[in-house]
Design a protein around this ligand. Structure first.
Ligand code: AMP
Ligand code: MG
Length: 651
């Protein structure tokens, strides 16, 4: 394969001429690794208050004993144990009080001699001569300056001995330990006010692309927000680095080179994203190749997502060009960059946990590339189920909403539905209390929020109404959100339930025709009249909906067999329809009322659509599903429905 041939100039370093082919993942890693620095990161001293999350650089012996002296563990009387050996309820031992009271922070002045006792508080230093402390509960006042001890005390009882907690010289913290509140507690107890930790590698983070705008700035036409910059910076911090943002550069070689040289001069590692696809003309690759020797060691990896990845080393520092597409960028960061960064930060390699899970759907894959499929885990009837979260590598959610990923080997062109895959976890996989699969609706978010407030964890996977129904039938979710019109009966949802599923009424939402409010072809008409006008005008362009969407059934009903221009433009959401009309890429389409309102569009009401839930009957009584059912009538949900113009459905 020669998909990404380096455009090497004759004077290029020889290392850059070796990569005429796309490398395997393992080869790419090995080549990069061979040029990376091996030495341990440099230590620096931080005060205890700033040590959280840092990595211990020098193994630390305890400088003192904790506790530093023998002290009382109870409120009571310091005694000589032998004096109490014969004590009982019936014949308590009478001991003469020394008259001293030892409290915390005060050194006792008098010894405890045979036949005497000293009043002592928890934490008080044990007086010389005493070898046990009797709890006050096991004593009673005796006549004139005595105390009566009703139980025998064993030597050592009630005493915390010096060094019993931490002994001076014992290893307190080992090199490589990540400091959490627990380790900080031990440091505090031994009086350590500052310690050596590894210096965090400074990692330059930079995004390239003419279309990119920093979050917080207004978004112009044809622009998108820079999501890679913030994600990479956060992931750098999660893996022990100190992100240094170099912002966004335009697709301009001179600009990019200037910024990269500055980044390389002041940081230990440089991560940029974008400018790697063919359309970008390998812009970043060419600039990175000029930075220094050995330069680019891998460009193009037989990996999906992430093929355009470019790995380089310049001035002894790793330089990475992540692919522009967010999921590709995140995955390649996780797979290639995080291990290197962790090593540079002195962190232990990340433990990679994996679980077995059934993949319920067929997943197509490109022959010849190892494909990593991002997946969300849910609990099925017979074990875990892994749902691909894929909206493609261009989507930020494919990675962000995934619990892990599984691989489809290079020599396969698909993974069959029902295959059990090994899912590598991206973090702690928490199986949610309720899984909702199906069509997404804005009002569902209000329900999920109420559940979250009650500590019920949820996962919602958007796969459309039919996908949700199929998942519910297979027992791969608890609840499916559906809005399906049965054209034969004119009824919603119920006709689609099969055995083992119950209908839980959700809400009614108004569907209608969307148009720009100044478009005279539609304003003031009925939906049918508006569509007739649209069909009569050859310049009028509609926007359709995908097969399987409830709205599609309404569209096909309205069109009665007509297929006007734009019908085959079939986005998967109400918002996409509204955006197309608002931006003038289409003139009309069908969507729900609140979306029309959000986009400032005109709306001709057509039909109240029923958005309901198919509940897996066998799961109805689980705590999660019971909470879900209750949440539907929560005042917060009812208020959200009202605000959206929806109405709570009843059976
Ligand atoms: P490129 O490699 O520059 O051709 O980018 C490939 C795709 O990723 C394009 O659709 C870019 O708009 C997108 N992309 C590139 N950089 C970013 C970024 N920092 N944040 C979000 N999307 C990006
Ligand atoms: Mg670009």
């Amino acid at each position: 394969m020669t998909a990404f041939p380096p455009r090497s100039a004759p004077g290029d370093a020889p290392a850059q001429d070796q990569f005429l082919t796309v490398l395997s993942r393992e080869d790419a890693k090995a080549r990069w690794d061979a040029h990376l620095p091996r030495e341990r990161p440099a230590p620096e001293v931080v005060p205890l208050a700033l040590a959280l999350g840092r990595v211990v650089a020098t193994t630390l012996p305890a400088p003192i004993d904790v506790p530093p002296f023998d002290r009382s563990l109870v409120d009571g009387f310091a005694v000589v144990a032998q004096d109490t050996a014969a004590a009982s309820e019936a014949f308590p031992a009478a001991l003469g009080l020394t008259g001293e009271t030892v409290s915390c922070g005060v050194m006792p002045r008098q010894p405890v001699l045979a036949g005497t006792a000293t009043v002592i508080a928890t934490g008080g230093p044990i007086p010389r001569g005493a070898d046990a402390v009797v709890m006050v509960e096991h004593t009673e006042p005796g006549p004139a300056g005595t105390v009566l001890v009703r139980r025998p005390a064993a030597p050592g009882q009630g005493i915390g001995h010096a060094g019993g907690d931490i002994a001076r010289g014992e290893v307190l913290l080992r090199r490589g330990t990540v400091l959490t509140s627990r380790e900080i507690g031990m440091l505090g107890a031994t009086g350590v006010a500052a310690l050596h930790v590894y210096r965090r590698p400074r990692v330059a983070v930079l995004s390239t692309g003419d279309e990119l705008v920093a979050p917080g700035e207004p978004l112009g036409p044809a622009q998108i927000y820079d999501s890679n910059g913030p994600i990479v910076a956060a992931a750098v911090a999660e893996n022990g680095g100190e992100p240094v943002s170099f912002g966004i550069t335009a697709d301009d070689e001179a600009d990019l080179e200037r910024t990269l040289r500055e980044a390389l001069g002041s940081c230990d590692m440089v991560i940029l994203s974008g400018g790697t696809s063919k359309s970008a003309g390998d812009l970043t690759y060419r600039v990175v190749a000029r930075l220094g020797s050995p330069g680019v060691v891998a460009h193009g990896v037989a990996l999906k997502p992430g093929k355009p990845l470019c790995l380089a080393v310049a001035e002894g520092k790793p330089v990475v060009v992540l692919p522009g597409f967010p999921t590709s960028a995140m995955f390649t960061f996780h797979d290639f960059v995080a291990p290197v960064l962790r090593r540079m930060a002195g962190l232990p390699p990340r433990g990679e946990d994996s679980v077995a899970a059934r993949v319920p759907v067929r997943v197509p894959s490109e022959f010849g590339r190892t494909e990593f499929v991002m997946a969300a885990l849910t609990k099925g009837d017979d074990g875990l189920v892994a749902y691909p979260t894929g909206k493609g590598s261009g989507a930020v959610t494919s990675f962000s909403q995934a619990d892990g990923f599984f691989a489809i080997e290079a020599m396969a062109d698909h993974l069959a539905a029902g295959t059990t895959a090994r899912v590598t976890l991206l973090g702690q996989a928490a199986i949610p209390d309720v899984t909702i699969v199906g069509s997404h609706c804005v009002a569902l978010d209000a329900v999920l929020e109420v559940l979250a407030d009650r500590g019920i964890t949820t996962r919602s996977v958007s796969v459309g109404s039919l996908g949700g129904l199929a998942a519910a039938k297979r027992g791969e979710c608890d609840v499916a959100g559906i809005h399906l019109l049965d054209p034969a009966s004119g009824r919603y949802n119920r006709p689609f339930l099969s055995e083992g599923l119950e209908l839980l009424p959700g809400w009614r939402r108004m569907q209608g025709v969307l148009f720009r409010p100044d478009d005279a072809r539609f304003a003031g008409k009925t939906p049918q009249g508006a569509v007739a006008a649209a069909l009569a005008d050859p310049d009028c362009l509609m926007v359709g909906r995908n097969q399987g969407a409830g709205t599609r059934i309404l569209i096909d009903g309205l069109l009665a067999g007509a297929r006007p221009r734009g019908y085959w433009n079939q986005p998967k959401s109400h918002n996409a329809v509204a955006a197309a009309i608002a931006q003038g890429r289409a003139d009309w389409g069908l969507a729900i009322a609140p979306v029309a309102r959000d986009y400032g569009l005109g709306f001709l009401p057509l039909a109240a659509e029923h958005y309901d839930f198919a509940v897996v009957a066998a799961r109805r009584d689980t705590a999660g599903v019971a909470a879900f059912v209750a949440a539907l009538d929560d005042p917060a949900v009812l208020a959200a429905l009202a605000a959206l113009g929806f109405e709570r459905g009843r059976d």
